[in-house]
Design a protein around this ligand. Structure first.
Ligand code: FE
Ligand code: FE
Length: 214
């Protein structure tokens, strides 16, 4: 079976490797295990970014249920970081994050939506947050799905179970966001960019009309 060296840098001509002095890092590591660890490093960085981004999403959400969903998922995300750390430990690896540019881009988009939402009707601003959040969940679902399959193939049942638990949370969050959308869609479609009628319930009033005190 083809093996990959645990280290990224091949030994130098003198047979030493100054940048990776630890003997354990020179042990052969199966290619698949290396793939799994890299995927987990990416996910650890992604989750770390979300721990910082989700409170901002929760603060920006107008709909109380959407706000609550972001707050709940923030707590889950903290647990997901712990789960990843536990999985690294089971694999005998240091929990090291590797910059996740995919999530960085998605978080930046989410921040853009928050800023743009300031000038939008409440439901329209919330719908943009739902879209941004669902893109994040789908990215995570892809990452955890792949990592779980690799862990299973490696016979790492405990690691696979931890990854599956998080995968399930991400899928449930995605489904919850879908479930919260219909009233927002309804509200946004009735607004049509025009002034609202006075008898509309306060929850569905626009940010603009709230600011104007009407
Ligand atoms: Fe997550
Ligand atoms: Fe998530």
């Amino acid at each position: 079976m083809k093996k990959a060296l645990h280290t990224r840098n091949p030994p130098s001509e003198t047979g030493t490797n100054d940048s990776h002095p630890q003997a354990e890092e020179l042990q052969p590591m199966p290619v698949l295990e290396e793939c799994l660890i890299e995927e987990m490093q990416d996910l650890l960085h992604a989750e770390g970014q979300l721990v910082k981004a989700l409170p901002k999403m929760a603060k920006a959400a107008n709909d109380p249920k959407l706000k609550q969903a972001f707050q709940k998922h923030l707590e889950e995300t903290k647990g997901q970081v712990d789960r990843l750390k536990e999985a690294f430990e089971l694999l005998g690896q240091r929990a090291k994050a590797k910059p996740c540019r995919g999530m960085q881009g998605l978080v930046e988009e989410g921040q853009e939506k928050i800023a743009e939402g300031q000038d939008k009707e409440a439901a329209a601003a919330d719908l943009a947050l739902v879209a941004a959040a669902q893109k994040v969940e789908h990215y995570e679902i892809a990452g955890y799905g792949t990592a779980r399959v690799m862990a299973e193939r490696l016979g790492q049942a405990k690691v696979a179970k931890l990854l599956a638990q998080t995968l399930s949370e991400e899928e449930k969050t995605d489904a919850l966001l879908t479930q919260l959308s219909p009233p927002l869609l309804e509200e946004a479609s009735s607004e049509s960019g025009e002034e609202e009628e006075e008898e509309q319930p306060s929850r569905s009033r626009s940010r603009r009309s709230r600011a104007a005190g009407v």
